[in-house]
Design a protein around this ligand. Sequence first.
Ligand SMILES: *Cc1c(COP(=O)(O)O)cnc(C)c1O
Length: 322
Amino acid sequence: MKSLESFPRINLGILPTPIHKLENISRLLGRNIYIKRDDMTGLGLGGNKIRKLEFLLADAKAQGAEIVFTTGGAQSNHAMLTAAAAGKLGMKAVLVLKQRGVTDCVGNQLLERLMGTDVRFVDTDDYADIYAEMDRIGKEMGRPYYKIPCGGSNALGALGYVACAKEIAGQGLHFDHIICAEGSGGTMAGLALGAKLFLPGTTVHGMMVDTDPFDLITPALMREAAELLEISPEITPEDYPLRDMCGPGYAIASEAGNAAVSLVAEREGIFLDPVYTGKAFAGLLELAKEGAFAETDNILFLHSGGAGGLFAIKMETAPDEL
Ligand SMILES: *Cc1c(COP(=O)(O)O)cnc(C)c1O
């Protein structure tokens, strides 16, 4: 196996992020629930994308890129954090975002305005069109550029979460279960592969917050990341259990997700977000209710961030959206 340390990586995050017990929720559920604070990765408003960007932007720099492109929805946390990281590294970020969703100057749009980020909206959901637009703008600008896919979820980005699994292994506690949100797949794939390598006896559960075919995307990304590490572990569906927590749609609040956001805010003073982590925590509550966790199990919830989007989404779920 090629070591993680042999990949170019730029230190962007304040790592390791803390792990602590959610005392009140643990009491409520009668189970040992811990949280990994990747909302505190330290750049921008924190979040999971920082770990991926450490590998992706190192690759961009190594290739001599001066401009970094990425994409996502109008309120993409990933896009905002890419702009924050690029700025810190003296690179120019150009965000080619889908027009769909909240494009007002609130949430991540506001943060991009504050950073002076070059944001372009395109009226398409087709990634082929979006990447073609990046090439068009890149050529127009006439400087070397690098394209980061939606969510930073390619094999190289996923290495950020393979490294996170290794980090968790070094933090002293054994976890029987890890729960994370799955939106573009890199976090789940990285953690699930990383658990196979560094966390024996840990099952990573992906809580799907979008409707993409994650049963195909997750193992494919795990295999591609494994290939980068020059290993070929056997990967079966037991390695990446998935649960549909999307509700009425991607980036549309769900009742269960909002209830989880409120519960964790009220009992623990920690803010989840309605698009990713609230829905993922609702999945944790469902698993607990179904008896998936033994009383002696240690369960780790990955708080993957999302604070930027928290201020751009309606918490009321309109009845016609349910
Ligand atoms: C992007 C994102 C996720 C999902 O991670 P993926 O690697 O895209 O599946 C989860 N939580 C937050 C807050 C995010 O911004």
